[in-house]
Design a protein around this ligand. Structure first.
Ligand SMILES: Cc1cc2nc3c(=O)[nH]c(=O)nc-3n(C[C@H](O)[C@H](O)[C@H](O)COP(=O)(O)OP(=O)(O)OC[C@H]3O[C@@H](n4cnc5c(N)ncnc54)[C@H](O)[C@@H]3O)c2cc1C
Length: 455
């Protein structure tokens, strides 16, 4: 192994998956040389490691991090697009584009993801029901293939490679840079309406009506309460605030943007961590009660509305040494009874932690491995050390797949090949194009081995 590489244990964000790889940070100039090295365990690019499971790990093989800087960001204000190096984080990007009146087309619940990771997982945000996932907004990208050639990809140029790479989890090549559309904004604040719902039926009813009139919509659900509080939740809907929405004193600096981290969790949290059934139940009660029954038009900053967890550095350590898994699935509209059944099973398990998100997806896109489809997506963190975790997720998998749903690969740590095939009926189509782009299976990952993706 060349001296550029150091052996490193890499984990997913959930800290429940880990493997050791030879890791190097490479400049754009050297990237092709690093890709072309042939070895048995292959190579993978890792972004900021915010996928929860083993998607950004390649045990025993090589893992590349792409060196980046904010000079890799080229904003075209008249076209409303940006071209950024794939290693640039949304955090860096937002610091450049927000003060100039633009916002990313899709943001996940953290700004610490790279452009490459956003394309490779085809990430979705609170605006999916109207504006689709990240790939919908990508105009073009360049892709370094296993033989060192560089393929320009767009809807018109090499469309097969374009759609296979979007949601392709790094297994087609290395995305080097990407151009994508942006949202024009007048301010760096959001205008948010809140509705507190006392039970599951009320929450589903609220979410099913009115989402189409608002750009951003997402709900929190209490997955620990039962009886009359079963499935209670809080729905937040919003959009970017206009200048006139701000108090007069704030209008002069309407595009000011400076997110800060206020706390950081220490590197070592004892034993099984501080998240448990009792602390979670107390948190949920307080969280539900702190929200007003209804409030309209409250003004929140971009970090407070989109990225509240980023205020606490390394919060993923709170689960202790076993870590956690994030279980995220989608079931189609019309399968609300299965969604309810899933919520019942999770509540009965007493394993849910407070971090739960429920959202309605709109139409999917043309990428065969893209996760979103029209329907309900639920995300819940579960402790990886729990004895009953495997039986719980097996039961949930059966309900999800039987309902015609699927699981999100950027979150997954537990699925097997059969469940993947059942959820992604276009898998063979994806595999055919991938095989053509990388016949020697140069690009590999722990996720790909676990799920049999490269067959
Ligand atoms: C707090 C939190 C909230 C989140 N909320 C959401 C959400 O709301 N919606 C959502 O969709 N996701 C969400 N995620 C997941 C996250 O958006 C995805 O996992 C994203 O892919 C992480 O980006 P990354 O740069 O950290 O990539 P990594 O996790 O490092 O890698 C993810 C995949 O991308 C591939 N990859 C990375 N860079 C490249 C490249 N240059 N070329 C080719 N492949 C590449 C990797 O090989 C890997 O397969 C959340 C994660 C966290 C921690």
């Amino acid at each position: 192994m060349s001296p550029d590489y150091a052996s490193e244990v890499l984990r997913g964000w959930g800290r429940s998956t880990m493997s050791s790889a030879h890791v190097a940070t490479v400049s754009d100039r050297d990237l092709i040389d690093h890709v072309k090295v042939a070895d048995e365990r292959g190579v993978l690019v890792r972004g900021l490691g915010r996928s929860y499971g083993d998607a950004a790990q390649n045990g025993g093989g090589r893992v590349l991090r792409l060196a980046s800087s904010s000079s890799d960001v080229r904003l075209d204000e008249s076209a409303g697009t940006v071209t950024a190096g794939a290693g640039v984080s949304l955090d860096d990007l937002l610091r450049v584009i927000v003060p100039r009146g633009f916002f990313v087309p899709v943001t996940p619940g953290t700004r610490f993801v790279t452009v490459g990771g956003a394309v490779a997982a085809d990430i979705h945000g609170k605006n999916h029901h109207l504006e689709g996932s990240f790939g919908n907004h990508v105009r073009r990208f360049s892709l370094v293939l296993a033989d060192g050639s560089v393929l320009e990809c767009s809807r018109k140029q090499n469309p097969d490679a374009f759609w296979t790479t979007i949601g392709g989890m790094g297994l087609t090549g290395v995305i080097r840079d990407a151009t994508f559309g942006l949202i024009g904004i007048e301010t760096s604040r959001c205008r948010v309406d809140t509705v507190r719902c006392d039970d599951f039926d009320e929450l589903i009813e609220h979410m099913s009506t009115g989402d189409d009139d608002v750009r951003y919509s997402v709900a929190w659900v209490d997955l620990l309460s039962s009886g009359s509080h079963f499935g209670r939740g809080v729905l937040w809907r919003g959009d970017h605030a206009r200048r006139d929405d701000l108090p007069v004193a704030d209008r002069a600096n309407a595009l000011e943007y400076g997110p800060r981290q206020v706390l950081s969790v220490p590197p070592v949290i004892p034993g099984s961590g501080v998240v448990n059934a009792l602390s979670s139940a107390v948190f949920n009660e307080a969280w539900f009660r702190k929200e007003p029954r209804r409030r309209e038009g409250s003004i929140k900053s971009i970090p407070a509305y989109f990225h509240p967890l980023d205020a606490v550095g390394s919060w993923n350590r709170l689960h202790g040494r076993h870590g956690f898994v994030q279980y995220q699935f989608v079931v189609p509209f019309g399968r609300e009874s299965e969604l309810r059944r899933i919520v019942e099973v999770i509540v009965a398990s007493r394993l849910a932690t407070p971090l739960v998100v429920l959202k309605r997806f709109g139409a999917g896109n043309d990428a065969p491995l893209s996760f979103p489809m029209p329907g309900w997506t639920l995300t819940v963190d579960l402790p990886a050390g729990a004895d009953t975790l495997a039986s719980l997720t097996r039961t949930l998998d059966e309900i999800v797949l039987e309902a015609g749903g699927r699981h999100y690969l950027a979150k997954d740590a537990l699925l097997g090949p059969a469940a993947l095939r059942a959820g992604y009926p276009r898998l063979a189509e994806w595999q055919n194009v991938r095989r053509r782009l990388d016949p020697q299976q140069t690009f590999r990952s722990d996720l790909a081995r676990r799920l049999g993706l490269l067959e």
